[in-house]
Design a protein. Structure first.
Length: 343
C-alpha cells in the first residue's frame, strides 16, 4: 500500500526500455514514477484511467508513436484506450513490440478482473493499436509522438525520417524531457508543426503532460496538441522552451543538492532521505529517488542544465559523476546510493 501511494505521488525522471529504432540502440527518457531496470518493463498494478473524456481532438484521428518502450507503449495505450484514437506504434525491434504489447494486454486483463475496465474496452484498446517496424507506415497519421532516447543526434535522424514519411500537415511531437524543441524543430522543414509533448511515467497513471512550444511552433499546433492531451485524459501545463522545462528544472537540482550534501558530509544517506520524507512530506527521499530515476539520467539532465543555462548552481555533483563512472546507476544496475542486488 505504501508503494502504491508513493507510485501515485512521486514524479521523477527515468530511463526505460532499450531498443533499436532506425538501426540505433535507443533508451527512452522521460519524467517517470519509480523508473525500473532499463531492460525491464514496470509491473505496477495501479489502475489505469478508464473513463473516456469528451474533449475534441479536432482533426486528430490517427496517431503515430516512435518507440515501443515503456513510454511509447504507455502513450499508445492511453491514446487508444482513453481518447479512442487509432494508433500506429513503430519500433524497429519486433521483439520489443511483442514484449510491450504482451505486457499491455496483461495489464488490461488485470484491470478487467478488478472491474476497472470492461472486456470490450480492453479488446478495443488492443484492436486500435497497429504495430509496425517501418516509418513508412506513418503516411496517414495526423500526429507523431517521438518517445526515444535523450540524444540530439538520434532525434535528428528520427525527425529527418519523419519529415520524409509523414504528411506535410502532420504534427511532429517529442516526448523529450530536456532537449530544446526549437533545436529539434530545426531538423525538419516544418518547425511550425513541431512541439514538445512531455508525458510522465507511467503514462496511463500520471495525469500531467508538459506542452512545450518551440520558437516557431504555431498557435494552431499548440491548440491541437493541448486538445489531444486532454482527450487522452491529461492535465496540461505549458512551459517555455528552456532547458529542463518545468519538471526537471525544479526536480533535478533538488536531487543534485542532496548528492552534494552527502558528498560534503552534511549527513548520512539515510538521514538525508529521512529528513525529506518526514520533515517535508516527500513520498521518497532524494537519494532513493535518484536511484529509481537512474543516476546516469540525473547526470545527463544536470549537464544539460549546466551547459545550456551557464549557471554553476547546476554543476553536477562530483559524487554523482563518480557513481555513474563506476557503473552504479541505481535500481537498474543493482547499485546506486542503495544496494538493490539482494532485492
Amino acid at each position: 500500500e505504501i508503494l502504491r501511494t508513493m507510485w501515485r505521488q512521486a514524479v521523477v525522471c527515468g530511463t526505460t526500455t532499450t531498443r533499436a529504432i532506425s538501426g540505433a540502440s535507443l533508451r527512452s527518457g522521460s519524467c517517470s514514477v519509480f523508473a525500473t531496470h532499463a531492460s525491464t518493463t514496470t509491473t505496477t498494478t495501479v489502475p489505469f484511467t478508464t473513463t473516456r473524456t469528451h474533449y475534441s481532438t479536432e482533426n486528430v484521428r490517427r496517431v503515430g508513436i516512435v518507440g515501443a518502450g515503456q513510454m511509447g507503449a504507455g502513450i499508445a495505450q492511453v491514446a487508444a484506450q482513453v481518447a479512442g484514437l487509432d494508433v500506429v506504434l513503430m519500433d524497429s525491434s519486433s521483439a520489443m513490440i511483442q514484449k510491450s504489447m504482451t505486457h499491455m494486454d496483461g495489464l488490461l486483463k488485470k484491470n478487467v478482473a478488478k472491474g476497472k475496465l470492461t472486456q470490450e474496452e480492453a479488446d478495443g484498446t488492443i484492436k486500435r493499436i497497429k504495430t509496425v517496424t517501418d516509418m513508412k507506415e506513418f503516411g496517414d497519421v495526423d500526429v507523431v509522438i517521438e518517445a526515444v532516447t535523450e540524444n540530439p543526434d538520434v532525434k535528428k535522424k528520427i525527425f529527418q525520417d519523419l519529415e520524409a514519411h509523414t504528411r506535410k500537415d502532420a504534427i511532429l511531437a517529442s516526448n523529450t524531457s530536456s532537449i530544446s524543441i526549437s533545436k529539434i524543430a530545426s531538423f525538419t522543414q516544418r518547425p511550425e508543426k513541431v512541439i514538445g509533448m512531455h508525458f510522465m511515467n507511467p503514462v496511463p497513471v500520471m495525469k500531467l503532460v508538459e506542452i512545450i512550444p518551440g520558437l516557431a511552433t504555431s498557435s494552431e499546433t499548440l491548440a491541437s496538441t493541448q486538445s489531444l492531451a486532454k482527450a487522452m485524459g491529461k492535465t496540461t501545463t505549458v512551459s517555455d522552451d528552456r532547458p529542463g522545462f518545468i519538471a526537471n528544472r525544479l526536480l533535478l537540482p533538488y536531487i543534485n543538492e542532496a548528492v552534494m550534501g552527502l558528498q560534503e558530509g552534511l549527513a548520512t544517506r539515510d538521514d538525508i532521505d529521512t529528513t525529506m520524507k518526514l520533515g517535508c512530506n516527500m513520498p521518497m527521499g532524494p537519494l532513493q529517488l535518484a536511484d529509481f530515476i537512474g543516476l546516469d539520467t540525473c547526470l545527463f539532465i544536470m549537464r544539460v542544465l549546466h551547459k545550456d543555462l551557464g549557471d554553476d548552481k547546476y554543476r553536477p555533483s562530483p559524487l554523482l559523476v563518480k557513481y555513474v563512472d563506476a557503473g552504479w546507476l541505481g535500481v537498474k544496475s543493482g547499485r546506486g546510493f542503495y544496494d538493490y542486488s539482494k532485492k
